[in-house]
Design a binder for this molecule. Structure first.
Ligand SMILES: O=C(O)CCC(=O)C(=O)O
Ligand SMILES: [Mn+2]
Length: 206
């Protein structure tokens, strides 16, 4: 290996870091975690504000975390459910790789490719600024896009990744302040996917 080249390469050209590990979990482990999470998580439809109206999403979510790690997005306060064994096992492995600690996790369940997420950044004020966010995917493979905030002026191309079953994606540095990410819809995808984003909340209420 070239001594001057890091083993992990940054997928974005500037203003943040993005590291992708396609087979972070083995196929067997990933299928096991998918089934476990599918049945053990109290999945609920999400509520988001769009153009001043409350919308119920087809996508389902759950918010897990340490006590006091409540999270507000789209004007809705989410109180965390305590970690279960499966999530703790996943969290420990991700923390070791990311060299970071997480106190909360947003879980998303997309039933098929018609369920998507529009461009946004995970930059809510209760999240530690520039802290690593670790994204774990199980189930159907989906495209995931990153767009720089000045993409038009500076002609910065969109960065595309494929999030495979058992993959880990680390979003680090200024990425949440300077880039936005999206999970586009796809008619070709007919099977479900679970995504976990491990986060660090700073405004912990006790
Ligand atoms: O499903 C994904 O891969 C990403 C989800 C996401 O960006 C989020 O929950 O903020
Ligand atoms: Mn996000």
């Amino acid at each position: 290996m070239d001594l001057f080249q890091s083993a992990d390469s940054n997928l974005i050209p500037l203003d943040g870091e993005l590291f992708y590990y396609p087979s972070f979990f083995t196929r067997e482990k990933s299928d096991f975690y998918f089934d476990e999470l599918m049945k053990s998580i109290p999945w609920q439809h999400d509520e988001v504000m769009m153009f001043g109206k409350k919308i119920i999403t087809k996508r389902k979510v759950a918010w897990y975390g340490d006590e006091g790690c409540s999270y507000t997005y789209s004007k809705i306060l989410r109180v965390p459910i305590s970690w279960n064994e499966t999530l703790l096992e996943i969290k420990n492995q991700v923390e070791e790789k990311a060299n970071a600690n997480f106190n909360s996790c947003l879980l998303n369940l997309y039933h098929d490719g018609s369920e998507s997420m529009a461009y946004h950044a995970d930059d809510e004020p209760m999240l530690e600024r520039n802290a690593t966010i670790a994204s774990v995917s199980f189930g159907a493979e989906r495209r995931f896009l990153f767009r720089h905030n000045n993409f038009r002026e500076n002609k910065i191309p969109v960065v595309e990744t494929i999030l495979s079953n058992g993959s880990l994606l680390l979003m680090q540095g200024e990425i949440q302040s300077i880039w936005k990410h999206a999970l586009p819809a796809s008619k070709k995808i007919i099977t479900p996917r679970i995504n976990l984003t491990f986060r660090k909340i700073v405004t912990v209420s006790r």
